[in-house]
Design a protein around this ligand. Sequence first.
Ligand code: PLP
Length: 531
Amino acid sequence: MFMERTFAERLQDAMRQRGFKQVDLVREADKYGVKLGKSHMSQYVSGKTVPRAEILCFLANCLQVDADWLLTGEGDSRMVEGNTIHNVGEKNTARKAEDRESAEGKIEGKVSWKGSTQNRVKSGGSIMREFMKSSKLDNVLYDVRGPVVEEANRMEDAGTQVLKLNIGNPAPFGFRAPDEVIYDMRRQLADCEGYSPAKGMFSARKAIMQYAQLKHIPNVAIEDIYTGNGVSELINLSMSALLDSGDEVLVPSPDYPLWTACVTLAGGTAVHYLCDEQSEWYPDIEDIRKKINDRTKAIVIINPNNPTGALYPKEVLQQIVDVAREHQIMIFSDEIYDRLVMDDEEHVSIASLAPDLFCVTFSGLSKSHMIAGFRVGWMVLSGNKAMAKDYILGLNMLSNMRLCSNVPAQSIVQTALGGHQSVQNYIVPGGRIYEQREYIYKALNDIPGITAVKPKAAFYIFPKVDTKKFNIVDDEKFALDLLRDKKILIIHGGGFNWSEPDHFRVVYLPRIEVLEESIHKMEEFFSYYHQ
Ligand code: PLP
C-alpha cells in the first residue's frame, strides 16, 4: 500500500543526504541568529511538530532543498544548490554546513515557497522571505513616472527645485477646472455615496452618447458606453479582456506608453508601427501593412497624439481604416486630446469612418477640463458590434468586477460636455496653450542641434536631437544629465517606445516665463553637452 511520507521523514532524508546531524543545524542557526533550539529540532525530526515559516525556510536553505517540498512533499524534491539543482539521489557528496559560503546580507539563491520563486535574503542575522514582483511586469515600461522621475524626486527631497516638464498634469501649472464643474460636483456629492451601475450612471453615459453622436460615431447605444477611472483604467481593461498570449496589437511608435504596457501585461505582444516625423508624425501606412499578420487582433491609434502633438487628417485615418478593413482587425482610438486642437483644425474620430468595423473610442475630462485628479474617462463601442459579441461579454465581466468608476466624477460629465467649452479660450491666439506652443516650438528650433515638428494639438512637443553633434548614444542618460545639470525633468524618447536615442518630450504646460527659463538652461546645456 502507498504510504504518504511525513515532514519528519523528508527532513531526515535531506539531513542524511547532506550529512547534517541535528546539532549541526542548531549550530548553523545560532551562527545566523535564527532561534532554533535542540528540543525544537528533535521535535521536528521525531515528527511531533512542524516548524513555522521562517524556520522551515532556514532548514530548507541549509539543506538546500525546496521549502515547499520539505513541508508538503509537493514540488521539486531535488536539492537546490545556489541556482543549480541536483537530484537528491545523485548527490552523494554531501557537504557540511561549514563548507557552504553564505555571506551576510547577500542573496543566497532561490527557494520555492508555496509554488512561487522567492529570493532568500540574509538580513540582520535572520533568514527573510523576499517577495519579488510578478514576472508579468518584466517587459512592462512606464517611464513617464520611471527611474529619471525617481531621481528628480530624490533631488527634490534633498531640497533641489526641479522644473517638471515630464507629465501632462495641467493643475500644477495653474490650469483650473471650470467653476461650473466644481460647483456641480459639490452640489451632487451627497448623492454620490453609493456605487453606480458598473458602466456608469445614466446621465453621464447619455451625455457621452450625445457627444459620440456629434462626432458621427455610428451605432452607439447607451450600453456601449463605459465610464472609467480615467482613460487609463479602460486601456487596461480593454486589453485584459481581449488578449491571449501570442496575440499581437499594433501600437504606434512613439506611443503613450500605457498602451504598450497594458498590451504586454495582458499577455499580448505590442508590435510598434512607425509614425513618420518627415510627414508631420503621421502613421506610416506601409509600415503598418508590413507588420500585420494572422496574429494581429487590433490597431491602436492615438489621435491627437501624445507625445508628438500630431493631429491626423481624414485621409490618413481613411487609409488606416482601409488596412483594418482588409485584415478585419479592431480599431482602438485614444482621443483624450480631441478638444485641445489648435489652428482651426477639426478632429475626426476614426470610428466615424468605420461603421462596418468594430471600434473602441476613448476620451475623458482629465485634459479638456483640467481635472486629471478626478479620474474620469470613458470608452465607446461602435460600428460592427456583432464581430465582437464575446469580447463585449469579457468587457462587461471586467467592468462588473471593478464595481463602478468614481461616482462624484461621473456626476459632472453632463455639465462638462454640455454648453460652453472653456478650454477653447486656451487654444486660440492669446490663449495660454496656444501661446506657449508658439513659444516652445520656435525656441526649441532655435537651439543648434534641436529640431521639432510643430504640434497641432494637446500640449506636448517631441523634439529631435542631433545625436552626432552631441554624441548621444543613451537617451535615458541624456535625460538624467539634463536633470542633474540643469534641474529640468523631461522624458527621453525611449520612454515612449521610440527606438532611437534621438528624441525627448517636453510638456509645454508651464507659463511662458517658466518655459523661457528652461529653454535658456537647455541652450546652455546643449552648448557643452557631449556623451
Ligand atoms: N491617453 C493618453 C494619450 C494620455 O496622454 C493620457 C494621459 O496623459 C491618458 C490616456 C490617461 O488619461 P486619464 O487621466 O484619463 O487616465
